[in-house]
Write a protein that binds this ligand. Structure first.
Ligand code: RTP
Ligand code: MG
Length: 135
């Protein structure tokens, strides 16, 4: 079934100039980019996006990091888009991520792991609306 997923190229990915690399992988996988924007998040939007993590020990650092500079927000669409993108991204911890995944190829630590992907089709729709309300 066709799904939507919200992809973020986090501030570390933009700073390290691997935006093109990530977009290329999205395209090569066969997902369709239906929205894309470079922006810096305010803390309120970051809190909405990561609401499920509020109260966890890593939450303050997560919000500091995701608001620290420009990121690229993308909505991608396609069959199995949520799982397909999470496979390309790799496990949260880059040293446990499958070789060849984005996090394995470009990161070493969990709090600088380059990309985000929605974790369910429901969250894909929810998160896409936060970033692109008119989509
Ligand atoms: P994301 O939401 O960013 O795509 O990452 P994810 O689904 O793979 O991981 P999630 O559990 O949703 O965690 C969100 C982000 O929080 C940081 N994190 N740190 N124990 C920790 O220190 C810890 N756990 C999670 C990571 O940067 C993760 O991407
Ligand atoms: Mg997550």
């Amino acid at each position: 079934m066709s799904e939507r997923t919200l992809i973020l190229i986090k501030p570390d990915g933009v700073e390290r100039r691997i935006v093109g690399e990530v977009i290329s992988r999205i395209e090569r996988k066969g997902l369709e980019i239906v929205a894309m924007d470079l922006r810096t998040l305010d803390r309120e939007t970051a809190g909405q996006h990561y609401a499920e993590h509020e109260g966890k020990p890593f939450y303050p650092d997560l919000v500091d990091f995701i608001t620290s500079g420009p990121l690229v927000a993308i909505v991608a669409e396609g069959e199995n888009a949520v799982a397909a993108w999470r496979q390309l991204a790799g496990a949260t911890d880059p040293v446990k991520a499958a070789p060849g995944s984005i996090r394995a190829d470009f990161a070493t630590v969990m709090n600088r792991n380059i990309v985000h992907g929605s974790d369910s089709p429901e969250n894909g729709i929810r998160e896409a609306k936060i970033f692109f309300p008119d989509l």
